[in-house]
Design a protein around this ligand. Sequence first.
Ligand SMILES: Nc1ncnc2c1ncn2[C@@H]1O[C@H](COP(=O)(O)OP(=O)(O)OP(=O)(O)O)[C@@H](O)[C@H]1O
Length: 704
Amino acid sequence: MDQSTLDQEIAVEQRHLDRVYARLAELRRAAVRAERDGYRLARVGNFGALVERDAMVFHAAQRRHLLDAEYEGLVFGRLDLRDGQVLYVGRLGIRDEDASTLVVDWRAPAAAAFYQATPAEPLGVVRRRTIQSSGERVTRIEDDLLDPDAAPPEMSVVGDGALLATLSRTTGRGMRDIVATIQREQDEAIRSPGSGVTLVSGGPGTGKTAVALHRAAYLLYADRSRYAGGGILVVGPSSVFVSYIASVLPSLGEDTATLHSLGSLFPGLAATRTDPPQVATIKGSLRMRRVLERAARDIAPGAPTELRLLYRGQLLRLDRTELDAVWNRALARGARRNEVRRAGFDGVLAALWAQARRLGIAGLPEQRAFEDELIERTDFRDFLKAWWPRLHPRHVLGWLADPERLRRYGTGILSGSEIRLLSQAYRGLAADGPTVADAALLDELDALLGKPMRRARPKRDPYQLAGGVRELSTFADRQRAARQAARERPEDYRDYAHVVVDESQDVSPMQWRMIGRRARLASWTVVGDPAQTAWTGDPQELTRARDQALGRRRRHRFTLTTNYRNSAEIFAVAAEEIRRVYPDLPLPTAVRSTGVDPIRLVVPPAELATSVVTAASALLDEVEGTVGVITPVPRRDEVAAWLGGLGGERLQVVTSLEAKGMEYDGVVLVAPGEIRAVPDSGVRTLYVALSRATQRLTTVDVAE
Ligand SMILES: Nc1ncnc2c1ncn2[C@@H]1O[C@H](COP(=O)(O)OP(=O)(O)OP(=O)(O)O)[C@@H](O)[C@H]1O
C-alpha cells in the first residue's frame, strides 16, 4: 500500500468526519437555542409555562450533554456493503438536515454487521473499516476485506488490523471502552435478548467485563424507557474493581446505571475489609440464614426479664414465662419483629388487664381507659422500649460478637470449630466494622427483622426550593439535579429492571440472596469464570443459591474463547498454574505476543522487600501505563510500606483478592507461593493474579 493511496483514503474519511462535526455543531446550537427559548418562556410567568420550560430545558440540556460527551471518537467505523451503500458507525446516531443518516449508533440493528460480519459469513459487507481519530482529525484507518469477490476494482484496503493495534496500547487507570473493536462472539452476548438470563463465561481476559458493560449500554439503547425507568444495577466484587470499571459506562454515553461492590450493596455500608477464606465460607453459607433467624427472634441484650408496676396501690407483675408467652405469640408464623412490636405491646397490656381484673383492684376503669392510663406512664413506656426495642440489622449482627449468644444460635447448625472461628472473627466487629461478607448478613437480617414502622418522610424534590417554588437558579444546577434525580434512587431501592453480576464465580450463596432481593422484577446478565473462584464452601449449595436467585427465567448461554488481555507469554505462565488443578480445562487463546517472557525470581526472605521495590521500579520504566503490585492478603500493608509512594498514580498495591477483574500493563506478584498455599482456593487465586498483566510480569517468590 503506497502512501498516496493511504493519504487519499484518509482524506475521504476526513471529509465525512468534517460533515459530521459540522452537523454536530448545528445540533448543539439548536439545543442551546432550545434552552434559551425555555428560559424566555419562563418570563410569561404562569405555572403552565414554567412546567413546559422545565421539560424543554431539561431535554435540551440532556441532548447537549450527550453531544458533548460523545465528541471524542464519535465515528469509528465504516461499512461498504455489497449493494454499494456506505454506512458509518459511531457512538451515537446522527442525521443530516434532510434526515439522511450520517452516523448509525453502534447499538442499532443496522450496525450489527460491523461486529458480526466475517470472511466466512460477510453478511453483505464487502469492506469493514475502523477509523481512529483524535479530536476532529482522522489519524488512522484499518480495513478488513470480508468479501473479495464482491469488491469493485477501485476499492483499496489499508492497515493491518485494528484489534491488535488497540490491544498493544497501554492502559490507564480505568477500563477502556472497546466499542470500535468488539468481536463477533462478544457482540452476540452483548445483543442477546433483554429478557431472561444471559450467562457469559470465558477464561481470563476474554472481555467478560467489557461485554457486561457494553450490554448495559446496549439495553439502555434498545429499550430506554424500560431500563432507564427501572434502572440497571451492576454488581462487582470489590470497590477497587468498581472504580476501575466506572469510567466505561459514561464513555458509552450512559450514566444511568448504578454500580455497587458486594460490600456496598447494603444501604449505608461501604465495607472493604475481607475475612480469611474459611471465615468468608462460613459467613457465605446458607446455614447462616438459620443462625440469623434464631438471632432475629432472640431477646435483646440487657432487656428486662420481668415487669413490675404499681397500679392504684397494687403490684402488677409479669414474670419471664408470661412475657415469653406474649413474645412468642406476637412472633408466631414468621412475623417480623420490627413490624409486630405493636402486637407485642398489645399482648402485654392484655396480660396486665387480665391480672388487674383477677386481683379485683378497686375502681378499675374500663379496659380502654386502663390501657390509656398505662401508656401515658413513662416507666411503662421505658419498659416496652427496652423489652422490644426497634432494631437495626447492625444491632443484631453485633450480638454475634458475644460468644455465648453465637454458640446458642449456631448449635446444631454450625460445627464447634466453625462457631469458634466465627466467634474470633466477630471479636473485631465493633472496632473494625463489618466485612464484605457481613453486608449479605446485614441484608438478610434486614429481611428477617422487617422495617420499623415510622412515618414516611416526604421525598426531596430536586427542583423544589424554599417556599415551594419549583425553580433552580442556574442552568448548571438544573442539569446536575436532573441527572442526579435520574440516578438517585431511595437507598434501599429494589425494583431494578436489569441486574448485571460481574465476577459471578465469587458471589457466595448468602450474597446471591442479597442480589436476588434487588432483582425480583429484573432480567439478568451474569458473567464469570468458575476456574477463578475463591469460594471454598459447598459447590452444590452455591449452585442452588444462584438458581434460586435467577429463578425460572429463560437462560441464554455464551462462551468467550479469546484472551485479549495477556500476552501469550504471560498467559502461558497462568495456564501452567491452573493446569495443576484442572488438567483438562478448556483455556482461551491469547492473541498477542510480545516476545518477552515473564521474569521469575526466588529470593531469601530478607531480600524480599528490596527485590520487590527493584522489580516495581524496573516495570515503571519499562511500561508506559499502570503497574500493579499484587500481594498475599496478609502482606498488603507491609508491601505498600516498602514501596512508599513509588510510581504515584501509576502504581497500585492490591491483594490477590482485590486483583480480581483488574488489569495492569506490568505486574509484580509478591510471594506467589504463599498465595498458592491458601487451602482449597490458593491455586485459583494465583491463576487470577498471574493473568492481570498486559505486557510484563515479574514474580518474586520467597526461598524456603
Ligand atoms: N474486542 C476487544 N477489543 C479490544 N480489547 C478488548 C476486546 N475485548 C476485550 N478487550 C480488552 O481485554 C481486556 C480484558 O477484558 P475484560 O477485563 O473484560 O476480561 P474478563 O473476561 O472480564 O477478564 P477476567 O475474567 O480476567 O477478569 C480489557 O483490557 C479489554 O478492554
